[in-house]
Ligand binder design. Structure first.
Ligand SMILES: Cc1cc2nc3c(=O)[nH]c(=O)nc-3n(C[C@H](O)[C@H](O)[C@H](O)COP(=O)(O)OP(=O)(O)OC[C@H]3O[C@@H](n4cnc5c(N)ncnc54)[C@H](O)[C@@H]3O)c2cc1C
Length: 451
């Protein structure tokens, strides 16, 4: 019988897990977060006002059983045409914070918030012991790892360059990324995905009038959402596709219905397609098609796409396909040696600062995170086959190195991408946390939507 669940990480996934456990009148929960504040995480806490959600508000309810919840919350605050709006991520953080505050008020005896960093979770035969770096330990019947993405890898060629903190920003949301720049500076952003977009917008909003050069292997930018709401003629059944055939089929469908519809209508089936694909098919998909998939699937709000286009038109944003080779700090900046895609000869550009926007990682074999490293070393968790995160079963229970599932340790959110692939955005994580809450509350034995 599970009476107490310890949740490691109070970002979106962990917070929603706690909220859903309380909604199910399930076990009591302890939510442990190492940052100052639980409830928002990286995406909705550290954002700049210019950062908008990349999903329409109509799809951003925290609750799968109440899809209109966020829209009603916005309408109550005077937001017009809320369902199709792309609101600031900070607003979404306020929404999540309020949800957490409400459950804390309503069920104060069943939710404990702990500020601290977890360094180990010892899975005993009937319970778990969650250890914090300050020496505290919390006993629970189960633990949920909701630790978010791992930090990005170092850009190629950077290792050993020893760039100073003023010249290299490893964390795109960290302090100082936009500090001390002048209008004739060049900022090199490595990566051309959504993280680069965040940095370009933030530089622009803070008045930087120099040039942003964004570089990635293919130089692909995320595509834009259409201004109107999606009118998707969804597929009625799961396409019988192996992952490797997916994009070919989407391309064919694109010719008939347009690429946005072709990508969107697959949404309800992506997890099942991924689960049914072989390891080799998944590896092929990741190797050849992931960049293409990412830019079509994770799109930009129209206002954001317009802003970027304006920066490009003004010559303040240049997007380049190529790869970095070496970095050397010098008096007037960083000399970056790089090679344009498809060319043999390298070039050199002097930039004021380099920002790592290569995107979140999940490879447990390469992480320095003490908690995950310890759990991997002891064999309690293992990397999934594609090294995208923590290996879990269909119910989010972690799988040990010897293939064992104890049912006392679970993982949630993007760190479970290896098992589900489509588990990055709110609409998928909210369902995952809801299902796990039902399981931990024994509600999954009950027909319908909960108790
Ligand atoms: C910049 C950005 C923008 C996004 N925009 C959207 C969007 O518009 N729409 C959408 O649907 N999705 C969006 N997403 C995706 C999605 O919402 C996030 O991936 C999701 O918030 C993941 O939440 P998480 O709780 O799993 O991870 P995180 O938010 O990273 O939270 C993990 C938390 O765990 C804590 N933690 C980690 N290790 C420990 C430890 N050992 N001890 C204690 N605490 C620990 C961390 O401090 C952190 O607060 C965005 C993601 C990002 C990064």
């Amino acid at each position: 019988m599970i009476e107490h669940v310890a949740i490691v990480g109070g970002g979106f996934s962990g917070t929603l897990q706690a909220i859903n456990l309380l909604r199910h009148e399930g076990p009591r929960a302890t939510l442990i977060e190492r940052a100052d504040e639980a409830g928002r995480g990286v995406a909705y806490g550290a954002a700049h006002p210019s950062h908008l959600l990349n999903v329409r508000a109509g799809n951003m309810s925290a609750f799968p059983d109440d899809p209109g919840h966020f829209v009603r919350w916005l309408e109550a605050r005077g937001v017009a045409e809320a369902a199709t709006a792309f609101v600031p991520r900070l607003t979404y953080g306020v929404y999540l914070g309020e949800l957490l505050d409400r459950v804390r008020r309503d069920a104060a005896d069943r939710l404990t918030l702990v500020r601290g960093a977890v360094c180990d979770v010892i899975d005993g035969s009937t319970s778990v012991d969650v250890r914090l770096t300050d020496g505290r330990s919390i006993a629970a019947d189960a633990a949920v790892l909701a630790v978010g993405n791992l930090p990005p890898h170092e850009p190629q060629g950077l290792s050993g360059a020893h760039l100073s903190a003023d010249r290299y920003s490893p964390d795109p949301w960290g302090a100082g990324v936009t500090d001390g720049l002048s209008d004739d500076d060049i900022v090199l952003v490595i990566g051309t995905g959504l993280t680069m977009v965040d940095v370009a917008l933030m530089l622009d909003a803070r008045g930087f009038r120099g040039k942003v050069v964004a570089l990635s292997r293919r130089g692909l930018l995320p595509r834009r959402h259409e201004a109107g709401g999606p009118a998707i003629d969804r597929l009625r059944e799961r396409p019988r596709l192996a992952a490797a055939d997916l994009v070919r089929a989407v391309r064919r469908r694109s010719e008939a219905v347009g690429w946005r519809h072709a990508v969107d209508e697959l949404r309800p089936f992506t997890q099942a397609i991924w689960s049914n694909a072989t390891e080799a098919e998944r590896a092929r998909f990741l190797r050849h098609l992931r960049p293409w998939w990412d830019v079509h699937r994770h799109r930009l709000a129209p206002q954001v796409a317009d802003r970027l286009a304006a920066m490009q038109a003004d010559g303040r944003l240049e997007v380049i396909a190529g790869k970095t080779i070496a970095f050397a700090e010098q008096e007037d900046g960083v000399a970056v040696t790089w090679r344009p895609r498809g060319e043999d000869s390298a070039r050199q550009t002097i930039v004021r600062r380099v920002v790592n926007c290569t995107g979140p990682q999940g490879d447990l074999a390469r992480t320095d995170e003490p908690l995950l490293r310890t759990l991997v070393e002891r064999g309690e968790i293992r990397p999934d086959a594609a090294h995208l995160g923590i290996d879990v079963d269909a119910g989010a229970a972690t799988i040990g190195n010897d293939g064992t599932v104890t049912g006392r340790l679970f993982a949630l959110g993007p760190i479970t991408r290896g098992a589900f692939w489509e588990i990055v955005a709110v609409p998928d994580i909210r369902t995952q946390t809801w299902n796990l809450a039902r399981r931990l509350s024994n509600a999954h034995w009950v027909e319908g939507e909960g108790l």
